[in-house]
Design a protein around this ligand. Structure first.
Ligand code: FNR
Length: 381
């Protein structure tokens, strides 16, 4: 890590602070907000504070081993980039920046269905570590087309998102005038003008709306892509639909947004390969449990029948240790990667990974853990 960057931005919170000051207000509100009165976002964070670990010292010299493998692919670190839609709204070409960083550090990168980049432009950058996230399209032709393009371009793992049965209220976004594509009203123009770096980059790069799906959008949809997302990409998922996806995708499939033991067991029965215990970073329903609180019971219910991935609220390497200690096989992060890119542009992806991996290694040493499977034994009950 560059010493200069480290000294200036030693933690994800430093990038968060800087990001807020580098991107327009509406882009920030899209990135940062939860939903409702935003109880769930702090609930996710508080859950981590409650997980206490007891160190075992006197271990002599050792180098912590952070490598792991998932669905037959070796990764250097036990965490990856969660799918984030409309990424270009927050920083132009953010997907490309993050895909390259992920490949460089050998961690997975998940491309969202509603990303600003098409699978074709990201695939060459991810070095076989690309995952693809599916918002289940209602139209069969659209589903088949998306899945085929993801597969043909070498995306290995399919992440099917279950926790968006409909759009979320996200009051902060409404207040800030977030629309897709962004409308050039007086307010958004004013907010963009306050952030000249973002504006210049965006003008150079183009419209921050999703690409690769254009042929499915009519002129009206193009004016209001949020409505298209709700109409076409939401609400269609059930176990029968998932069976179709299972038949059409011959690689690993994980179901994202699971908070319930019965649903996790049903995912095993449906022949899936994993679940992501997630509450979408507190962005869908404000009343749901912290993801970390339900992780142990879900792991206990599914055991090793299926991989248990985890996200929502992870901000440090120590948080990654805590999630793994409570049963996660792998951890994903959403906002932190975007804070990094919004704060530092091209240097942002690498810096976020450096912060997390340094903190992970440091805390493994602090706790006397050589390997990832030793964390659970440090839990203080
Ligand atoms: C998301 N998330 C998300 N999930 C998904 O399956 N498809 C998507 O397109 C998006 N888009 C998206 C946009 C933004 C701006 C955010 C912050 C999140 C949810 C994401 O994958 C992940 O579940 C959360 O971000 C995890 O919480 P943290 O790490 O942000 O606290």
């Amino acid at each position: 890590m560059s010493q200069q960057l480290h000294n200036k931005y030693p933690a994800i919170s430093d990038l968060e602070y800087k990001a807020k000051r580098r991107i327009p207000h509406f882009a920030w509100e899209y990135l940062d907000s939860g939903t409702g009165v935003e109880d769930c976002v702090p609930r996710n964070r508080a859950a981590f504070s409650d997980v206490i670990l007891t160190p075992k010292f006197m271990q002599g010299v050792f180098e912590p081993e952070t490598k792991t493998s998932l669905f037959g692919v070796d990764y250097d670190l036990p965490f990856g980039v969660a799918p984030v839609g409309l990424t270009g709204l927050m920083w132009p070409a953010a997907e490309k920046i993050l895909a390259k960083s992920a490949a460089q550090y050998r961690i997975p990168y998940t491309l969202s269905t509603v990303a600003t980049e098409a699978p074709e432009s990201i695939a060459p950058l991810v070095d076989g570590m690309g995952w693809f996230q599916l918002y289940p399209p209602r139209r069969e032709a659209l589903r088949k087309d998306i899945l085929k393009r993801a597969k043909d371009n070498g995306f290995t793992t399919l992440v099917v998102t279950a926790d968006v049965p409909t759009g979320s209220t996200r009051e902060r976004q409404t207040r800030a005038g977030v629309t897709v594509p962004p409308k050039t009203g007086l307010r958004t123009v004013f907010h963009s003008a306050m952030r000249p770096r973002w504006t210049m980059e965006t003008l150079r790069y183009g419209q921050p709306a999703f690409r690769g799906l254009e042929k499915y959008l009519d002129a009206k949809d193009m004016q209001n892509m949020t409505a298209f997302m709700v109409k076409e990409l939401g609400g269609s998922l059930d176990w029968d639909y998932l069976k179709l996806v299972r038949d059409e995708w011959d690689g690993p499939i994980v179901l994202k947004g699971i908070l319930d033991v019965e649903q996790a067991k049903m995912a095993v029965a449906a022949g899936l390969d994993g679940v992501v215990v997630s509450n979408h970073g507190g962005r869908q329903c404000d009343g749901v449990p912290a993801s970390l609180h339900v992780l142990p019971e879900i792991k206990a219910a599914v055991g090793d029948d299926i991989k248990v991935l985890f996200d929502s609220g992870v901000r440090t390497g120590l948080d990654i240790i805590r999630a793994i200690a409570l049963g996660a096989d792998f951890v994903l992060l959403g906002r932190p990667f975007m804070y990094g890119v919004a704060a530092l542009g091209h240097a942002g992806g690498n810096h976020v990974i450096e912060i997390l991996s340094n903190d992970l290694r440091n805390n493994m040493s602090q706790l006397g853990c050589r390997r990832l499977d030793e964390f659970a034994a440090r839990l203080r009950h």
